[in-house]
Design a protein. Structure first.
Length: 328
């Protein structure tokens, strides 16, 4: 049963696309990215949930797949708890995610819902905490594996973004015929002052990987104080048991916004997109496909991102995933 439409639908179309990366040492590499697109989320008409997950480590594909299945359930439960309602599921989710069953019933008070259109931060924090706990208790070995998660809940003009890791959500606005971009999530890099402070206070240290000549290679990484492990290139993630002992946390940053009339694009993507494209470049690529639709925009973006990797003569290419949402 769906709630009566309380929100005007700002979404005119949405689509996703994903390309598996390249690993010279693993010709059978699996795509470790996942994505979520749910219309009428929580049985609320014109409410949407969009998310991208980027798994890492040997079991990264299992971690992102598990969280893809589990997070929407936990977010629904947390939201319904916020609204003082309950939803019962016929079956539990298995250790590897399983299949979500239809709820038996939904009773949401319309006055309560219209007075609180967006989730309280406490509910989102609880959903992330529940999901991380579920992942840690699952059959997925997350000792050295985990996943990012950037999630955007959109209802009418109300938007709330919650992020853990270095996947990113960006809004594109069209102002006087020119595209502009603004990030609504913050990448969690180990060497950013706030993250570095927490890590160093939590038995961790931050430095680059060093080659055989003692030269720094690649991004800053998180290491245990007395061990050269795990070497995680982000400061927040779901899973990653070893890294959690060095200050890596699964607590999201949460941002609320009210969409403006000029806002035309919501883009949610893994760092495979952002490695060689900045926010505005990505928005312009998507904006050029406005007439062709979201599906063509997502396809073009991930392939343009892939060509950037190849143009930089990278032997290893990251998985690339994007969810494109057109706003009216």
């Amino acid at each position: 049963m769906h709630c009566e439409a309380l929100f005007e639908c700002r979404v005119s179309g949405y689509a996703s696309d994903s390309l598996t990366g390249i690993s010279p040492s693993n010709p059978n590499k699996q795509n470790q990215d996942s994505f979520i697109t749910i219309k009428d989320f929580n049985a609320i008409s014109n409410a949407f949930l969009f998310a991208v997950l980027d798994g890492h480590g040997v079991n990264g594909h299992l971690a992102s797949s598990y969280v893809k299945r589990r997070f929407p359930i936990n977010l629904e439960q947390a939201a319904l708890k916020q609204l003082n309602t309950k939803r019962k599921y016929k079956n539990n989710v298995s250790a590897h995610g399983g299949v979500r069953k239809k709820p038996r019933s939904t009773m949401i008070d319309q006055t309560t819902l219209s007075a609180a259109p967006m989730l309280k931060h406490e509910a989102i924090l609880e959903a992330f905490k529940m999901t991380n706990n579920d992942l840690c208790l699952s059959n997925v070995d997350i000792t050295l594996s985990g996943t990012t998660l950037v999630a955007v809940l959109l209802a009418g003009d109300f938007l709330i973004c919650a992020n853990v890791g270095d996947s990113r959500a960006v809004i594109g606005s069209l102002e006087e015929g020119k595209w502009k971009a603004r990030a609504i999530s913050h990448d969690h890099k180990p060497d950013s002052p706030r993250e570095l402070k927490r890590i160093t206070k939590s038995n961790g240290r931050v430095r680059h990987y060093m080659d055989s000549y003692g030269n720094p290679v690649g991004p800053s990484r998180v290491w245990k104080q007395s061990e050269d492990t795990p070497g995680l290139a982000m400061s927040r993630a779901l899973g990653d048991k070893s890294a959690s002992e060095a200050g890596v946390i699964a607590v999201p940053d949460i941002v609320e916004e009210r969409l403006k009339n000029e806002d035309r694009i919501l883009l949610v993507a893994s760092d495979g997109v952002w490695e060689y494209l900045n926010n505005l470049e990505a928005i312009k690529i998507v904006g050029e496909c406005w007439k062709e639709g979201a599906e063509e925009a997502a396809r073009k973006l991930v392939r343009e991102a892939r060509s950037k990797w190849e143009g930089n003569r990278e032997e290893a290419v990251d998985d690339i995933t994007a969810v494109v949402v057109f706003l009216n």
